[in-house]
Design a protein around this ligand. Structure first.
Ligand code: ZN
Length: 191
């Protein structure tokens, strides 16, 4: 995968007419909704995209794959956890919502009525769909860390009424996570 950034957009007619293939990186700055889900800006996003027209049906198709290395917040210990996301892309370019119903199930719809196709928007949607619902460290160090940090905070709370308990922090995070999940569900619905 090339290290250079992909273009911000492609001309729809040219991309499909010339069977364009491109690969490269996408800056987090172009992915504001995805960035909100992350624990840090330590991220690398790479994408391969190929544009083609089905010779039989004339359907315009975007295929490829997406890879990202990101840091998210562990829902158990609240520390950063490194994740590798990857997903394949199989999108059919549609010009109206009405065409979604007749789309074959192996294709996901991507509606674009403009002569330009914004690539960051497309990449961001695929990344959000690739995010896991539950984010946890998969090693024992995560639980050890939680127990170690929870004890002194709980003692401190007795002396200082009103100090945030680790559980309050956790429930706040859960509420935030629910919001994010809702957003993802919304994004899915919108497709
Ligand atoms: Zn953890």
């Amino acid at each position: 995968m090339s290290e250079g950034p992909i273009p911000a957009y492609v001309d729809v007619r040219k991309a499909f007419g010339q069977a364009l293939s491109l690969s490269g990186s996408v800056s987090l700055e172009l992915l504001p909704r995805f960035r909100e889900c992350l624990a840090s800006d330590q991220a690398r996003v790479g994408v391969n995209l190929s544009f083609s027209v089905d010779p039989d049906t004339g359907q315009r198709q975007i295929t490829g794959d997406i890879e990202a290395q990101v840091e998210m917040t562990c829902q158990r210990c609240l520390q950063a956890v490194g994740l590798e996301l990857s997903d394949s892309i199989r999108l059919a370019l549609l010009v109206s919502e009405d065409q979604v119903a007749s789309l074959e199930p192996e294709w996901d719809p991507w509606i674009c009525t403009e002569p330009k196709l914004e690539l960051a928007e497309l990449v961001e949607e695929q990344l959000i769909l690739a995010l896991p619902i539950v984010i946890l460290h998969d090693d024992a160090a995560c639980i050890d860390k939680l127990e170690y940090e929870a004890v002194p905070e709980a003692e401190g709370a007795e002396n200082e009424p009103g100090a945030a308990s680790p559980f309050a922090v956790l429930s706040e995070l859960k509420a935030k996570t629910a919001k994010t999940a809702k957003k993802a569900a919304k994004a899915k619905k919108a497709k």
